[in-house]
Design a protein around this ligand. Structure first.
Ligand SMILES: *Cc1c(COP(=O)(O)O)cnc(C)c1O
Length: 435
């Protein structure tokens, strides 16, 4: 049964004010709740798996800041380490031992990269990885996939154009057509499209970039065979393969998707979890590839706040906890059980909704299809159902990212009780959506 909407009076007031300061009242577009019901919630605090908004509503949080918070909010060890480090100064623009410590933690537990460079966001990491690939191969074109997101740099705000194999079209005003002309866009899970692209642009493609676990436009899981095909075709053509693991890195396992699928990319980008909730991105590769970066190499890349000590401290405190034995096994098993229960409920009722999952990521797809591996397979009409569900879930104290194209995350702070409460809220919400 539908229940009363939560009060959003304070959030609405803050939002009106914010609209006078920021375009659309926000500093990142999806936060504006354009795809779901009502005014965006202004969050006041978080603790563990729970968040509270400005009106005092409490929620179990499955957005987790869009992925970084794999240990939940205000993790005690992260707070302790960050507090200790920040007392000694916030930034020096000079090397610190903390950068070595985070790098050591990563490189000694990840066989897929040998050297790393820290940036301040995922976008920056990807942008730099693309430049590195171009500098390394001395080629200009890159190939990306429809349905993968790689941040907001010009070369990657490009979507599929018309025709079988074409240059992309810009997906944002302000991106020069000349940039889009260097970016080839093809469908996921389609080896023919890859063959055609490599035939048409022989010896011109510097890099192929993919989210090996595409999780920014639904969860479009690819087969290992497909990813291996991609690996092989890149090798045959002297093209670098970039795994954009800004979401999947440290999420599906410490070694990310490269570890899960056992595939060695040429460059890997990280973000989100790596910074423990503070702004950190990174890209890594073999020493040979990485040494093309300045100051040793000719590919320029820099950052005033890159390797910031406070951000490094948060990353160190977070990643250390992820390395504890059983961390991923437990989190992934918890997620699998949660998803199975919801799928069973929905299937039992005959509701056309499926949950797709890997690691501690899940996605609600309002569809009858048993699998979805390309952006084209997503039914836009399903988003209307998601919007209804989102409202019902908020009213029942469950916060999901405000778009049906976004995935949900489970953190180690989610308790069995949280997940039971959430399942009940989801069952009741689905009953309303499909009544
Ligand atoms: C979030 C994300 C980015 C962009 O990272 P920001 O820190 O938001 O700039 C890039 N690639 C992928 C796969 C992401 O999920």
């Amino acid at each position: 049964m539908s229940i009363k909407d939560i009060s959003r009076a304070k959030s609405a007031e803050l939002y009106e004010k914010a609209k006078t300061y920021f375009p659309g009242g926000v500093n990142s577009p999806v936060r504006a709740f354009k795809s779901v019901y009502g005014t965006p919630l202004f969050i006041e605090k978080g603790n563990g798996s729970h968040i509270w908004d400005a009106d005092g509503n409490e929620f179990i949080d499955f957005c987790c800041s869009w992925g970084p918070l794999i240990l939940g909010h205000a993790n005690a060890a992260i707070i302790e380490k960050v507090t200790e480090v920040m007392q000694k100064g916030m930034s020096f623009g000079a090397p610190t031992a903390l950068e070595n410590e985070l790098a050591e933690l990563i490189l000694s537990n990840n066989k897929f990269i040998k050297k790393i460079r820290f940036t301040s966001s995922g976008t920056e990491a990807v942008m730099s990885a693309i430049r590195l690939a171009r500098g390394y191969t001395k080629r200009d074109k890159i190939l990306k996939f429809e349905g993968c997101y790689h941040g907001h740099s010009d070369s990657l705000l490009v979507k599929a154009g018309s025709g079988l194999v074409t240059f992309g079209e810009t997906s944002s005003a302000g991106v020069p057509v000349a940039f889009a002309n260097e970016t080839i866009v093809v469908s996921l899970d389609d080896t023919n499209a890859l063959d055609n692209a490599f035939a048409e642009f022989k010896d011109q493609i510097a890099a192929v970039i993919i989210e090996p676990i595409p999780a920014n436009n639904g969860l479009l899981l690819q087969s290992r065979e497909y990813l291996q095909y991609l690996r092989d075709i890149c090798t045959q053509n002297g093209t670098l393969l970039i795994f954009d693991e800004v979401i999947s890195g440290f999420r599906v396992g410490f070694e990310g998707a490269a570890g899960v699928y056992g595939i060695q990319p040429d460059i890997i980008t990280y973000g989100k979890i790596i910074g423990g909730g503070l702004p950190v991105g990174a890209y890594g590769a073999s020493a040979e590839v990485m040494d093309h970066i300045s100051p040793v190499g000719s590919v320029y890349q820099a950052g005033t706040l890159s390797g910031n000590p406070v951000a490094m401290a948060a990353g160190i405190a977070q990643l250390k906890q992820l390395l504890k034995p059983g961390f991923y096994e437990n989190l992934n098993a918890t997620t699998a059980a949660f998803v199975t229960d919801i799928r069973q409920y929905a299937d039992g009722k005959g509701y056309p909704v499926k949950l797709f999952t890997i690691g501690s990521i899940f996605w609600f797809a309002f569809t009858d299809q048993e699998s979805i591996s390309t952006a084209e397979q997503i039914d836009p009409n399903g988003m209307v159902k998601f919007k209804e569900m989102h409202r019902e879930l908020l009213n029942r104290g469950v916060y999901m990212g405000p778009s049906g194209y976004e995935v949900g995350f489970i953190s180690s702070a989610h308790t069995a009780a949280d997940l039971e409460t959430t399942k009940t809220a989801i069952f009741d919400s689905l009953d309303i959506v499909f009544k």
